[in-house]
Design a protein around this ligand. Structure first.
Ligand code: ARG
Length: 565
């Protein structure tokens, strides 16, 4: 990664000049304006105190020292002590040619567990789960790319009061025909009916409670029904995950942690983290922690969400060599995770626990609900995206054959949905606007995919006209448009690091958008195939490198590319 390379050079130069005291991390940044060179460092200011010198003096000595290095065209002092660096053409070409892979961090001890998607059994996944699924998947890809070992877990909601209700509803109202055709939908229907009828008939909730107790005591009939619900729900989720190209290593549900809860209760009591209060077991927080007391076990012996969460952490810690656990859910679960993380800390459990939150999602024209007031299902959203993408493809590229059109519509439709989510700052609310997200212009998946396909088409044309890229570096970056593109390409690995640090895939999306824009400016203003061979080859290679970055980058967002569209 170019940033690390330059930072090392600055630190080394500083140590040569000022000795060991200067051995501190140098931070560099890309400049916003090429008038100030390509990169800038504030090392002179940040080390001034330690070196007991004035920043300008440090900067000017460093500038002289760094000017000797072959990688710089120019090194200058600016303002109170900034060091501005302009890269030498050859160094830039070399970096673009082989500097695109991120420097893998070597010392990742232990795995990062990412807990995302996590739908609730017997309910269809709706768009609310989309964000968790898509953001979690992208984080998984980003961390893997950086060399971390990642465990992807969908923490299914497969235990709790809804099962008592479902069992009652199933026995009373299930329509076997409808159930056969669309099991999860039918389960949802009878669940809603249960809620409606309960308002009139107080006997129903009571009956549900009884069935739940029977289930928890492993009554064989109820257990068999529960297993059936889990099974059919998992089949539906798996189809969706497959369609979205999303893969989990484990899908333990909350039920998996149920047998582990008594141990947690014991540990909480022994370490005096929880105490008895009005018959329940509760953890209280300090006033400045500003958290409600967390109930671990109710008076009637029932465990709660937080209890199973703690058991889950303990299980993971025992099962894997863990370094970090990351939870991706909407912001409404913020206090739940704050409570749980605090309790884990008090128990002396030593991992990094991170809650990655996101905002709500709505449609441009109205809510995410159908006329009947139901929430739109993820399945329907995806098929609508693919249908709409197909219309766009028919219009843009009528000559494509039908098989290709189908494939392009899927890749573009699903890509557009994912990108509309991932390109935004995750904490903001997302507004789905079909026309905007499927547009070939602007910050959209189709724009990036189209830029990629355009380069592939250029590549095919080059081949047809006999222009073949030889092995090795033929880059000859001579004009400003090429240079701007090259510099943007070099930002890519760093953007992946930043995205991982902040758990924000939109940082990668922004970089890809910048690259695509710069590429299109390059493509529209500079001929490639019409030029003499050395220039044509250099521009072709720059194009191919751009396509490589776009493809890798889009994959980090879980988005595919196609060779023509
Ligand atoms: N099933 C929960 C829901 O749909 C999300 C679970 C998130 N993961 C966790 N470990 N709590 O709201």
């Amino acid at each position: 990664m170019i940033e690390t390379d330059l930072e090392k050079r600055i630190s080394a130069a500083a140590v040569r000049l000022f000795g060991k005291e200067a051995a501190q991390e140098a931070r560099i940044q890309k400049t916003n304006n090429s008038l100030f060179g390509d990169y800038q460092s504030n090392f002179a200011m940040s080390s001034a105190r330690a070196l007991k010198r004035n920043p300008r003096e440090i900067a000017s000595a460093l500038t002289d020292e760094l000017s000797k290095e072959k990688c710089f065209e120019k090194v200058e002092v600016a303002g109170p002590g900034f060091i501005n660096m302009t890269l030498k053409k050859e160094y830039l070409e070399e970096q673009v040619y082989d500097g695109i892979a991120p420097a893998k961090e070597i010392s990742h001890k232990g795995a990062v567990i990412i807990d995302y998607s996590s739908p609730n059994i017997a309910k269809p996944m709706h768009v609310g789960h989309l964000r968790s699924t898509v953001i979690g998947d992208s984080l998984k890809r980003i961390f893997q790319f950086l060399g971390y070992q990642v465990i992807a877990d969908s923490h299914l909601g497969d235990w709790g009061t809804q099962f008592g209700k479902l069992i009652v509803a199933y026995r009373r109202w299930l329509d076997p025909e409808a159930y056969k055709k669309n099991p999860v939908e039918e389960l949802e229907k009878i669940y809603i009916r249960f809620e409606q009828e309960s308002e009139k008939d107080p006997g129903l909730p009571e009956a549900a409670r009884k069935e739940l107790v029977k289930l928890q005591n492993h009554d064989p009939d109820n257990l068999a029904l529960w297993e059936e619900f889990v099974q059919i729900s998992l089949e539906e989720y798996s189809r969706l995950y497959q369609e979205l190209d999303i893969h989990f290593d484990t899908m333990y549900g909350e039920s998996h942690y149920h047998p582990l809860m008594p141990d947690i209760i014991r540990e909480l009591k022994e370490k005096q983290v929880a105490r008895e209060s009005e018959g329940a077991l509760v953890v209280f927080f300090e006033e400045e922690e500003n958290l409600h007391p967390c109930i671990i076990q109710k008076k009637d012996g029932a465990f709660l969400y937080a209890t199973s969460e703690l058991a889950c952490i303990a299980f993971r810690a025992r099962q894997y060599e863990v370094n970090r656990m990351v939870y991706v859910t909407d912001a409404r679960q913020e206090s739940h995770f704050k409570q749980v993380f605090k309790i884990a800390m008090r128990l002396g459990w030593d991992f990094e626990l991170v809650h990655v939150t996101f905002g709500l999602m709505g449609l441009k024209d109205g809510h995410f609900s159908t006329r009947k007031g139901n929430v739109i299902k993820l399945k329907d959203l995806i098929s609508e995206a693919v249908t709409r993408a197909r219309q766009v493809v028919d219009e843009k590229n009528p000559d494509l054959n039908d098989t290709d059109k189908k494939e392009v519509a899927r890749v573009v439709g699903i890509g557009a949905v994912k990108y509309a989510d991932l390109s935004q700052n995750r904490t903001s609310n997302v507004i789905f606007d079909w026309d905007k997200m499927l547009s070939f212009e602007g910050n959209t998946a189709p724009y990036l995919q189209y830029t990629y396909a355009r380069i592939q088409s250029l590549r095919r044309k080059a081949e047809e006209s006999g222009l073949l890229l030889p092995e090795g570096n033929v880059l000859d970056i001579v004009n400003e448009t090429e240079r701007t593109l090259a510099i943007s390409l070099l930002q890519f690995p760093y953007s992946v690091h930043k995205a991982a640090e902040a758990y924000r895939p939109n940082i990668v999306a922004e970089q890809l958008f910048d690259i695509a824009q710069k590429y299109n400016t390059f493509y529209n203003s500079l001929p490639v195939l019409k030029e003499d061979e050395p220039t044509a080859l250099s521009r072709l290679q720059l194009s191919v490198k751009t396509a490589e970055v776009l493809k890798v980058g889009l994959r980090l967002l879980g988005i595919k590319t196609v060779e023509r569209m």
